[in-house]
Design a protein around this ligand. Structure first.
Ligand code: HEC
Ligand code: HEC
Ligand code: HEC
Ligand code: HEC
Length: 461
């Protein structure tokens, strides 16, 4: 009897453990020692995710932009007209390899290449504009890595991870009429199979509902009335983030204080606004262009989520610089000269001077000049750089939000810069090596929620 019990216990244990991941894990310290602030990753899963990134199709390198322009040679070129005929053709080849490699040119074109009869061509033209907008105006998220059609499409006309609004909760249960599932408990892969609301996309990546739910005071107040139900929607979206990027919550958060900011979370914040912009300004207006079989159960157009680009990894395609060889997707005004005039080429000198110059951006909480979370670590780095280069100086530029009263904002920006100056001085850096710039206002932050607005940039050179 006893051995039987032991056997059952062993079997039960083995079954339970089968769902666990095998050690060793890799943990990166994210905060103060002893506070358990660590980002834990399974190196085998991370390596597999990297290895699973598909190979980007091989395409000819840029050939320069000399010769007659596409707009002068062809009849109906509205977006890529500034490209030379050679570059234009190269872009058409690329688009085919990225979006419709099996179908070929005829996926978008009929016998007359200038004709706009196929909806796919009309959509593709708008997608080229969207792609440019991403690389030019959303550098705060996509950086100089940038995106091409392949980032989302991966050789498929319909990208793998798109979202549609679901049917209303009432119709959603198997066998209509069996009650209301309140938008929950459907084991959707997009939110990591959690028993949370399965559509965080409509409120947050199409609408601009408030994602933040945490109170700043101990007790409920008139300024803060957020229900558990709302928090469930936030957590559902957060599960989507983690799943889409293949990371833990600790990648973006100090889980002891979800509301503090780190660099990854700032990038994610811009990603949320970027996804909303793509869905509302580009995809939504295309609804009537698409045939009915491309629309969702409620007749809405397919929309972009974090997974559409990321596909399980923190930087899409392992951080491969996608856009740099594609002048047609990089700017709204393609320069007339050879590829040297393409904006990304201009970025090279920055990389070359990086050794000598250190730039750190230090973020602050709302209405506060206090250093929180990982920010003091950046000051340690600055001190190390200043000590390593005795002739160098640190220039501090404080930025403040465009919302609220100007005088108060300027004062706060000044206090934040002073805070950093004092920290540098306490670490033994001479006053004469620290320069303070005038506080500057960040552009376009009228709602006052952009964490990027509350920063001090420090350059050591
Ligand atoms: C995914 C859709 C798509 C695919 C596939 C595609 N094209 Fe295009 N093509 C377009 C769009 C969009 C335009 C218009 C571009 C603009 O307005 O700037 C265009 C325009 C053209 C034009 C200019 C026609 C004119 O007189 O206005 C030519 C030539 C052309 N494509 C050739 C090709 C060739 C060759 C292939 C296959 C290698 C190809 N395209 C594959 C979308 C596509
Ligand atoms: C940010 C992600 C993203 C990028 C980048 C992107 N697309 Fe798309 N594309 C989508 C989504 C979402 C749809 C809608 C899916 C559908 O067709 O229902 C779509 C649809 C299309 C379609 C219609 C396909 C069909 O069969 O219905 C074409 C054609 C297309 N894209 C071409 C392009 C081209 C060309 C580029 C690059 C210039 C590009 N896309 C870049 C997300 C993207
Ligand atoms: C890719 C980065 C990223 C990941 C991963 C992530 N979050 Fe978030 N989280 C954010 C951003 C950005 C916001 C703020 C959104 C906004 O204000 O628009 C946020 C907000 C929150 C909030 C609200 C904080 C407040 O001030 O009210 C909570 C709670 C939260 N996340 C929990 C989680 C949990 C739990 C996980 C893991 C399942 C997670 N997050 C994973 C980026 C992330
Ligand atoms: C249009 C494609 C696209 C979409 C949609 C997108 N991202 Fe990204 N994201 C990128 C690219 C490209 C990078 C790499 C940028 C770089 O190399 O600097 C990136 C980087 C990031 C990073 C920084 C990763 C790191 O290791 O530094 C975070 C965090 C992130 N994205 C979160 C999100 C979240 C959250 C969403 C959804 C709200 C989202 N992204 C949607 C393209 C996208």
């Amino acid at each position: 009897m006893k051995t039987f019990r032991l056997l059952v216990a062993a079997l039960l244990g083995a079954t339970l453990l089968a769902a666990c991941e095998r050690p060793p894990m890799q943990s990166t310290q994210q905060g103060y020692r002893g506070t358990g602030m660590q980002d834990v990753q399974n190196p085998r899963i991370v390596a597999a995710a990297k290895a699973a990134q598909p190979a980007v199709p091989e395409l000819p390198p840029p050939g320069g932009n000399d010769g007659p322009k596409a707009r002068d040679v062809y009849q109906n070129v509205k977006v890529l007209g500034d490209l030379s005929v050679g570059e234009f053709t190269r872009h058409m080849l690329a688009i085919t390899a990225w979006v419709a490699p099996e179908q070929g040119c005829t996926y978008c074109h009929g016998a007359n290449l200038a004709d706009d009869g196929k909806y796919t061509k009309v959509v593709a033209r708008r997608m080229i504009e969207m792609n440019r907008h991403l690389n030019v105006d959303w550098a705060k998220h996509v950086g100089t890595t940038g995106v091409t059609c392949y980032t989302c499409h991966r050789g498929q006309p319909v990208p793998a991870n798109v979202t549609y609004a679901p049917l209303t909760p009432k119709n959603n249960r198997v066998g209509v009429g069996l009650g209301n599932d309140a938008g929950q408990n459907k084991a959707e892969p997009s939110i990591a199979l959690a028993s949370l609301p399965y559509d965080p996309f409509t409120p947050y990546l199409k609408g601009d509902e408030q994602i933040r739910v945490q109170g700043t005071q101990a007790l409920p107040s008139d300024d803060h009335r957020v229900s558990i139900k709302q928090a469930e929607f936030t957590y559902s979206l957060m599960n989507h983030f983690s799943k889409s990027l293949g990371v833990n919550c600790t990648f973006c958060h100090n889980t002891q204080s979800f509301s503090t900011w780190n660099e990854k979370r700032v990038t994610a914040w811009h990603g949320i606004r970027m996804a909303r912009d793509l869905n509302n300004a580009y995809l939504e207006p295309l609804t009537t262009t698409f045939p009915a079989n491309r629309l969702g159960p409620t007749g809405d157009v397919a929309k972009v989520s974090c997974a559409t680009c990321h596909q399980g990894i923190n930087k899409p395609l392992g951080g491969l610089a996608m856009a740099k060889d594609w002048p047609g997707l990089l700017t709204t005004q393609v320069a007339a000269a050879a590829p040297a005039a393409v904006p990304v080429a201009a970025a090279t000198p920055v990389v070359a001077t990086m050794q000598a110059e250190l730039k750190e951006t230090i973020y602050f909480p709302v209405n506060s000049p206090q250093l929180r979370g990982d920010e003091p670590k950046k000051i340690e780095k600055l001190v190390a750089a200043l000590n390593a280069q005795p002739g160098s100086t640190a220039t501090l530029s404080g930025y403040h939000s465009a919302s609220g009263k100007l005088a108060a904002n300027q004062e706060l920006a000044k206090q934040r810069a002073f805070k950093i100056r004092d920290a540098l001085k306490n670490a033994g850096i001479a006053d004469s090596r620290i320069k303070l710039d005038k506080p500057r206002q960040t552009e376009a932050n009228v709602k006052g929620e952009d964490p990027f607005a509350r920063r001090v940039e420090v350059t050591v050179k």
